[in-house]
Design a protein around this ligand. Structure first.
Ligand SMILES: Cc1cc2nc3c(=O)[nH]c(=O)nc-3n(C[C@H](O)[C@H](O)[C@H](O)COP(=O)(O)OP(=O)(O)OC[C@H]3O[C@@H](n4cnc5c(N)ncnc54)[C@H](O)[C@@H]3O)c2cc1C
Length: 494
């Protein structure tokens, strides 16, 4: 432990963030790093608590507590405090293929399980991680690691999201020859075409892809496996296959008027903005614009928040985010003790920005859309909302939503974005390989395994576990890679 009294001497300081009204003028990331001295003080706050729940990554109370990658957090916080950044980087890369992604987008499960956070603010572990990995890139320490020998085995990874990239990176470093097939024009999955640029600048992804290419990974974009590339071709050309195609089936809202023009799924809206931004700085106009529109977002989660932040940047007239569930408490409830993931209300960057622009929180709770109202041209002009109460179901006893009679309201709306979650993978890829799906339309495997019912076909990420987090996708990719390695060589030391 670096400084035994660090947590008593130093208060937590987050990386400074640009004011909401300023940052909405661009799509750039808006946090700046702390000075070297302040960063070391932040690392010194790590308590060497003896039982570091932060690196545990186990399910507790139905949610993951601590880092799913089992990052060796107290160790690299200590090295960072001592100024041994190169050693900290080595320790970090032992467990995490892509700290530059997690240190930008992870909800920091580690910080929620930090002992220092029980009575005070937790250690700023995510910002510390970011300082370590960016030091590595800035100082030429992230050089291509080309394997000394090749195994002669070929692996196809289908899908280039964080799980596919983690599997590809791990297998390539082990000496197997890896080709990543991606149906989009750019690799990265939801890192590229889901999470907005202001949260994760796309140059950060391309920097990693360039490194992986230099290390020997081949990327083939615009290859839609099961459509323009057949599963048969892949199975005959490769010794193993990892299916990492994500969980891309959006949950729809079935209400009258759903066919109105002006209703989109959140990811289509977010993807179009990012693609146009990357292709032409939005000059091509090939995106779904929220400019001067009243925007209603259905879904109070993180994807909905990304839609709020993007709509505000487009210059929307108003923005509302509807959430079916009641508002979460501001503090942990007694039934949700440490170190469980805290089920508390957080105000994310998009909501902060909407508050700054419009003067109020965009979220409305216990409310859903009952009807989409069209104008004479069939375009969306308003939504009819209804408030919900939660009452016990007579059969199961579980609380279920019930409409409150007479609570309907009309909200003006020319653009509605559905961010209501995802219902498993798109089945055509699995079908083309003959791979079985489970009841939730995820690829079926034995518990804790990644091999499917088809010989030499494995799976990882959201396609396997359902829509989750980048950090879990990376874990999935690493674990699938270990299984593939064992399958190919008879043993694994991954
Ligand atoms: C809008 C949004 C914001 C999010 N924000 C966060 C966040 O801030 N932090 C966080 O931790 N998590 C976030 N998540 C969740 C996180 O992005 C996902 O859990 C993670 O990306 C899953 O990784 P994956 O590799 O399994 O799949 P994906 O990232 O979905 O990648 C799958 C890839 O497979 C490709 N593909 C699919 N079918 C084929 C095919 N037939 N042939 C070739 N390629 C194919 C797809 O084009 C895609 O590129 C967010 C999710 C969304 C939707």
């Amino acid at each position: 432990m670096g400084k035994s009294t660090g947590f008593l001497e130093y208060l937590r300081i987050d990386n400074p963030s640009c004011e909401p009204l300023e940052r909405i003028r661009s799509y750039k990331e808006f946090h700046t790093p702390l000075s070297e001295e302040k960063r070391r003080e932040q690392a010194a706050r790590c308590m060497d608590c003896g039982v570091p729940y932060c690196q545990n990554g186990k399910m507790l109370g139905g949610m993951i507590s601590g880092c799913p990658l089992n990052n060796l957090i107290p160790e690299w916080n200590d090295l960072l405090f001592r100024g041994s950044k190169t050693a900290a980087l080595k320790r970090l890369l032992m467990t995490n293929n892509f700290p530059e992604f997690t240190s930008r987008v992870c909800p920091a499960l580690c910080e929620k399980a930090c002992i220092c956070g029980v009575h005070d603010e937790p250690v700023s572990t995510r910002d510390n991680e970011n300082a370590i990995i960016e030091y590595g890139f800035e100082n030429g320490l992230m050089q291509p690691q080309i394997p000394a020998a090749r195994s002669g085995k070929k692996v196809a990874v289908i899908g280039s999201g964080p799980s596919g990239l983690a599997a590809a990176d791990t297998l390539n470093k082990r000496g197997h020859s890896v080709t990543v097939f991606e149906r989009s024009d750019r690799p990265g999955g939801l890192l590229m075409y889901g999470i907005p640029n202001m949260k994760l600048e796309k140059s950060v992804i391309l920097r990693r892809i360039d490194l992986m290419k230099a290390e020997g990974v081949e990327f083939r974009t615009e290859c839609n496996v099961g459509e323009n590339v057949s599963a048969g071709e892949i199975l005959s050309d490769f010794d193993a296959v990892v299916l990492a195609c994500g969980s891309a089936n959006p949950r729809d809202i079935k209400a009258e008027g759903r066919d109105a023009d002006g209703i989109y799924f959140a990811v289509d809206f977010l993807k179009a903005t990012t693609k146009s931004l990357l292709d032409s700085e939005l000059a091509d106009g090939k995106y779904i614009s929220a400019k001067d529109k009243n925007v209603v977002i259905i879904g109070g989660g993180d994807t909905g928040n990304d839609c709020v932040g993007t709509s505000v940047r487009h210059g929307c007239k108003s923005v509302v985010q509807l959430e079916m569930m009641p508002k979460l408490p501001d503090e942990r409830a007694e039934s949700n003790p440490f170190p469980e993931y805290p089920r508390v209300c957080k105000t994310d960057y998009g909501q902060e920005e909407a508050i700054a622009v419009f003067g109020h929180d965009p979220r409305i709770y216990c409310t859903t859309v009952k009807e989409f109202i069209k104008d004479a041209n069939g375009s969306l002009s308003a939504v009819k909302t209804v408030r919900l109460e939660f009452v016990p179901d007579p059969k199961s006893g579980r609380k279920v939503p019930k409409e409150i009679e007479g609570s309907e309201e009309i909200l003006p709306c020319e653009l509605c974005l559905i961010a209501a979650g995802f219902l498993g993978c798109q089945s055509y890829v699995a079908e083309s390989f003959g791979v079985e799906l489970d009841q939730r339309t995820n690829v079926k495997t034995e518990a804790g395994r990644h091999s499917t019912n088809v010989e030499k076909v494995f799976t990882a990420g959201d396609m396997h576990i359902g829509q989750s987090l980048v950090v879990r996708a990376i874990r999935e990719g690493r674990d699938a890679a270990a299984e593939v390695d064992e399958f190919l060589t008879g043993y694994t030391n991954l």
